[in-house]
Design a protein around this ligand. Structure first.
Ligand SMILES: Nc1ncnc2c1ncn2[C@@H]1O[C@H](COP(=O)(O)OP(=O)(O)OP(=O)(O)O)[C@@H](O)[C@H]1O
Ligand SMILES: [Mg+2]
Length: 509
């Protein structure tokens, strides 16, 4: 008797000439948590899409057994029925619909042909309580933060009868407390004999939650090991294929004159005008400086940088002084024209046009550079720039012509960064730049930031990962509830110092 809940045997999945998954086998028992680790583009999401029949039977080679029986699934509905639920890396909720409508989408309850709204409401409340989300089921999903949306997705999966839950980078946009809740949920599922496949680039989580860890690289299986006793270093070496020294490269760079100053900036909630998302913020930024903005999710960091970039959706006031002259951008295009570029937090919403090619996405904002006399596009120049950008950022794509939506999550992020760099900005704003990015690529991005500031570019980094902020910034703003609570020079700052400054209650600002 096989005791395995799931066995995937010799799975190979090709896209044209590319083998995204190459002869991978893995198995998992009921109640086990297996983490799937590997670099961006190593094939993790693809393997899970094979399992959940996003890529149906017949479009891949190999065999899948679920509950001891061959799994022949023609679509996600089939696998859902068998008890396999997947939460994709890119959130898939319908923003215009309510939480309840999303959770019950396609599985609405009806009594005598009439929607049984009251019972769905009660059930929904219970599902939300299970993921410790304290919101009204009638809230529109678009009004929720990314972290909350993620928890709604999980509630939605739990609403079905799951035996195996697949989480593809579930915590990439969660706060620390939301992450803790999620890890608790997974633990709870394990106690109910529900198995879980967990994908994350956050190795501390992987270590904490897994029973077994499976590493893939370039589509191939490298090793499957019990999590206990496996060190993070050993894991990284298996993933990257080499030893990684010094995650945060601090290269000396000179800090120049002031390029940007912000005074008395207050921004109101786009819908509720009584709430201040940013409250009387003031700071300055210098050429060649890396300014980190730390704070909990919801502390106003994203709103603050959106005001700078002309993309804040609500009303705001205050002054922004760029190179000594006041500016106020009505939209991003104006900001870009004046030398400001931004990698946004929500790449799916603001960063890319999924159906357009990688190349077109990269040159989208800088297209004017390649337009000569008579509006002719300098195609050769454009192509060369794209090739350069892809190479510089090591974007893993089979061709610049591939639709960007088909790149792995981390590689989409790198492509957005490439697009910003092509603008040759004076100020580069990065909102959660390494979300979903593997550890090797993270290091490359830090190196790149260091290169940029050495050329005199000023960089603002918003990040929820304090070690990252502290690892790369020259100066750190600590934000809390819309206010900048402290402006700290980073000479060996500790996480505790920054959090303490952010959460200090005596508001002297
Ligand atoms: N629909 C597709 N068409 C062509 N190539 C694809 C498609 N989907 C994925 N790929 C390619 O397959 C490879 C594996 O991608 P996958 O999304 O599985 O990576 P991943 O391990 O999940 O990476 P990440 O950590 O960045 O999410 C990548 O090179 C990707 O570009
Ligand atoms: Mg992926």
């Amino acid at each position: 008797m096989a005791s395995n809940l799931l066995e995937m045997k010799n799975i190979t999945k090709r896209f044209g000439q590319v083998k995204a998954v190459d002869n991978v086998s893995l198995s998992i028992e009921a109640g086990q948590v297996l983490s799937l680790c590997g670099e961006n583009g190593s094939g993790k999401s693809t393997l899970m899409k094979v399992l959940s029949a996003v890529y149906p039977h017949g479009t891949f080679d190999g065999e899948i057994l679920f509950g001891g029986e061959p799994l022949v699934a023609h679509g996600v509905r089939d696998t859902e029925q068998k008890g396999i639920a997947i939460i994709h890396q890119e959130l898939a909720l319908v923003k215009q619909m309510t939480v309840l409508e999303n959770i019950f989408l396609g599985v609405e309850w009806a009594r005598l042909g009439v929607m049984d709204y009251d019972n769905m409401y009660l059930r929904c409340q219970r599902m939300l309580a299970q993921v410790k989300l304290n919101i009204d089921p009638n809230t529109r999903v678009g009004e929720l933060g990314l972290g909350q949306q993620q928890l709604v997705e999980i509630a939605k999966a739990l609403n079905k009868q799951v035996r195996l839950l697949i989480l593809d980078e579930p915590t990439a946009s969660l706060t620390e407390s939301e992450t803790a809740i999620l890890l608790d949920i997974v633990d709870d599922l394990r106690n109910h004999d529900i198995a879980c496949i967990y994908i994350s680039h956050k190795l501390n989580e992987v270590k904490a939650i897994s029973d077994v860890i499976c590493v893939i690289r370039d589509g191939r299986h490298i090793a499957t090991r019990p999590a206990a006793g496996l060190s993070e270093e050993a894991l990284i070496t298996m993933m990257v294929g080499r030893e990684l020294t010094e995650l945060y490269p601090r290269q000396p760079h000179a800090i120049g004159e002031e390029i940007l100053r912000v005074e008395g900036l207050t921004a109101w909630h786009p819908v509720n005008r009584h709430i201040r998302r940013v409250n009387n913020a003031a700071f300055s930024l210098h050429k060649g400086e890396i300014l980190g903005i730390a704070g909990l999710v919801g502390s106003g960091r994203t709103e603050l940088v959106q005001c700078l970039f002309g993309s804040y959706p609500g009303r705001w006031e205050g002054s922004i002084i760029l190179n000594g002259a006041p500016v106020r951008f009505a939209n991003c295009r104006q900001a870009m024209r004046r030398g400001i570029a931004m990698v946004p937090e929500d790449r799916k919403k603001d960063g890319i046009v999924p159906v357009m090619s990688v190349g077109s996405n990269i040159t989208l904002a800088a297209l004017r550079q390649f337009t000569g006399g008579f509006g002719m596009v300098d195609e050769a120049g454009e192509q060369a720039a794209v090739r350069d950008a892809i190479e510089r950022l090591k974007v893993k794509t089979s061709s610049p012509e591939l639709a960007i939506g088909r790149l792995s999550g981390g590689n989409q992020q790198k492509a957005i960064l490439a697009k910003c760099l092509l603008l040759n900005p004076d100020i580069l704003i990065l909102d959660e730049p390494t979300r979903g990015i593997d550890i090797g690529a993270k290091q490359e991005i830090y190196l790149l930031i260091n290169q940029l500031v050495r050329q005199g570019i000023a960089v603002i980094v918003v990040s929820s990962e304090l070690p990252e902020v502290l690892g790369i910034s020259d100066r750190v703003l600590a934000m809390h509830q819309g206010s900048i609570k402290a402006d700290l020079i980073n000479r060996g700052l500790t996480q505790e110092q920054v959090m303490e400054a952010a959460l200090r209650s005596d508001s002297h600002v």
